[in-house]
Design a binder for this molecule. Structure first.
Ligand code: 5AD
Ligand code: FES
Length: 362
């Protein structure tokens, strides 16, 4: 029988401790980390895996993020914006497939007006039992408040990096705006949203120190949902072209954008935020199609976000190339994922699947 995992590991995770774990290469030590993350996941959020239907509502974007294929200057992309009827039909499909929530995700698109999203959220809440998560970038408090009042339950906004200098380098600001995602996350929490965030692993310029700091931020903000995936270079973007060289940290400091490091971040995130909902991300599945989804679920994750966007739009939502599941229908993905989840001895959750808070916290 395997030895019981040493749960004291979880208590020693300060900045140097996290950095050391991120750089750990000893297989026995890593097995201890995986076992500990899996035990904490089971004890805190159980064996059920929550499925959230992902609806990619718009590929228009006004921002110039240096890593994202949907950035405004990307050429040759056929942009689309779904209409309300199409979005509602995807939500109904999510209900038919047994999912408890949907995530409406898009670029930062002013064409998704406050009124439009308000109406869509209202309709989904009126016609379905789904929880609704929004992931529409940096928006005004007025928009966020209106959507909350319409019934939106959760909002995802990754802060991408806690290093302010790197943040500014990879997110050229729009004229007259100051980007402060931590402030937006805090305001959304005050509005009553469950809040989700996350980072990419291995973005050029990301160091071991800042990645350890990112994980501490998850804990400091007591995030409800935390998504982490590898950075996947897109040739449509500056960070996917040779000019990216200038961004890299020295080799000993630069975090690689590989599967092992991503899995370490997933496991450590589970340890510092035991109650959080943590997805096994599509970016990781893209890096390792054979077993990326499963490995994350075995090392801390408890959520999967199957794509329910109509196949005709999927390929056009090209954040990075080669995205997993681009041609599979929602039904095919559901069957595939269900098989993968059951093969791990885990079960599918029913219902909206909000964050479970321990009652004994003082
Ligand atoms: N590689 C991996 N993830 C990416 N994202 C954006 N561009 C990339 C990329 N090139 C992630 C960002 C964003 C989320 C929707 O997708 O973290 O918040
Ligand atoms: Fe989409 Fe497996 S999850 S095909």
């Amino acid at each position: 029988m395997p030895a019981a995992p040493d749960l004291r590991l979880a208590a020693s995770l300060d900045q140097p401790g996290l950095k050391a774990w991120l750089q750990e290469t000893d297989p026995a030590s890593l097995n201890e980390l995986w076992a500990c993350a899996d035990a904490v996941r089971r004890a805190q959020v159980g064996d059920e895996v929550h499925l959230r239907g992902l609806i990619e509502v718009s590929s228009h974007c006004i921002r110039h993020c240096l890593y994202c294929g949907l950035r405004a200057p990307s050429e040759g992309l056929e942009r689309y914006r779904m209409n309300a009827g199409e979005i509602l039909e995807c939500a109904r499909e999510a209900v038919r497939l047994g999912y408890g929530s949907v995530v409406l995700q898009g670029g930062e698109d002013p064409g998704l007006t406050q009124d439009f999203i308000t109406e869509v959220v209202r309709a989904i809440k009126r016609d379905t039992p789904l929880a609704v998560t929004l992931s529409l970038g940096e928006r005004s408090d007025a928009d966020l408040q209106a959507w909350r009042e319409a019934g939106a339950d959760r909002y995802l906004l990754r802060f991408e990096t806690s290093d302010p200098v790197l943040y500014r380098r990879i997110h050229p600001s729009l004229p007259g705006t100051l980007s402060d995602r931590f402030a937006q996350l805090a305001r959304m929490r005050d509005m009553g949203y469950e809040i989700g965030t996350g980072v990419m692993v291995g973005i050029p310029g990301q160091t071991w120190d800042t990645l350890a700091g990112d994980i501490l931020r998850f804990r400091e903000f007591d995030m409800d949902m935390i998504g982490v995936g590898p950075f996947l270079p897109s040739p449509r973007t500056p960070l996917g072209r040779p000019e990216a060289e200038a961004f890299f940290a020295p080799p000993e400091a630069q975090v690689p954008n590989d599967e092992l490091t991503t899995l370490k971040v997933v496991a450590l995130t589970r340890l510092v935020c035991p109650e959080a909902n943590i997805p096994s991300t599509t970016a990781l599945a893209t890096l390792d199609r054979a077993q990326g989804r499963e490995l994350a679920l075995m090392r801390g994750a408890n959520v999967v976000m199957p794509n329910v966007t109509p196949v005709s739009y999927r390929a056009r939502y090209e954040i990075y190339p080669g995205k997993a599941c681009i041609n599979e229908t929602a039904l095919a993905c559901q069957g595939c994922l269900e098989g993968r989840i059951r093969s791990l001895g885990r079960s599918l959750a029913k219902g909206p699947g909000g964050r479970l808070k321990a009652d004994c916290k003082n």
